[in-house]
Design a binder for this molecule. Sequence first.
Ligand code: NIG
Ligand code: FE
Length: 408
Amino acid sequence: MPVLKNISFLATCRDEGAQGDLHAIRDAALVWDDSQIIWVGREADLPEVYKEADELDAGGRLVVPGLVDCHTHLAFAGWRAEEFVQRALGESYLEIAESGGGIMRTVRLTREADSQMLLKHCREVLDQMVELGVTAVECKSGYGLDLETELKILSVYRELKDCLPVRLASTYLGAHVVPVEFQDNRSDYLDLVCHEVIPAVAKANLASFCDVFVEESAFSLDEARQVFAAGREHGFRPKVHADQLSSGGGAELAAEVEAVSADHLEYISDAGIEKMAAAGTVAVALPLASLYLNEAPLQVRKLINGGVRVAVATDFNPGSSPSFHLPLGMTLLCISSQMTPAEALKAATIYAAKAMGMDGITGSIEEGKLADFAIIDAPDPDQWLYHFRPNACFGTFVDGRQVWGQGA
Ligand code: NIG
Ligand code: FE
């Protein structure tokens, strides 16, 4: 039974109070037994019975719950650096997609890729995420769009779940865009998604969520309703790519279908905020995608004031967000969305865990939860996110086991 001592600031991030309430403990200690947290409090109050436990020293650093990246498109083949250049030269994300680039380009390459190559790519990314303090990741399909490739991607996630020390949740994103072969027959594509792929994914138990990109260039509200209804029949909870490039009622739809989260939301309406607050849908800010696409940043203050919990994620993908640096996303939120570091930390932990249905087991440091946490080389969250560095994480623990450490 290990005890971690000499913690200058322990952010428990319990799901109580406001977005910025970290329920922090200064000069703290943390005890776990096997994979479970059994005591957390001030070191001075450590019960006698734990004084014999195996001692670890946090060196006067900050301890936070393991970071949760609740929105990624992890498995894909090929990068799209030329589109990054094209955008720099003035072409828009949508223009690039219309001329054969964008999501469909990645679909073509991912269909050709074999599972081993995808597995290797995902493994390399996940290993680096763990080094940043990330302990749970949501991964979407959506670069296959046909039955075979969607199953291939989701099977890669399942294989990773079994062999890596990081918690994964999988999401079927068949409704990412209408693939070219169905361009003139959208309803046939929706039939494929609803009547073939969703049942096959459910039968093989390969996903917990289904997601739809609700956008003029992707799927309409009514089409999304069809997909979510079919998903629900097979036990998938909805998540929504909403109001990313235009205001299209995606947030309102997320509330209507009781989605666990609505993500992006740069163009959310006031009605959308109200409905999400009433439904308890978590808003997922994706500041790296806003930055890469040079979109106005999400108006986080409006969401928080409207009673919506805000999470943050990377949206890691080869187009709109070719970065998996979640702490960078947190710092960006503080700078461009006027979020405090404390609010950004709760966004990347307990609220992100909620956005991927894992808040019962991870996302906060509390007795009874799994011992997923990170030691950060900073005295407190303000200093950490203000003084941005390539990697401030000093050690990452999953299930009470150290899975990464500086110098280890
Ligand atoms: O979340 N918005 C839709 N999908 C991704 C982008 C995917 C891509 O460009 O390949 C996103 O931004
Ligand atoms: Fe996305």
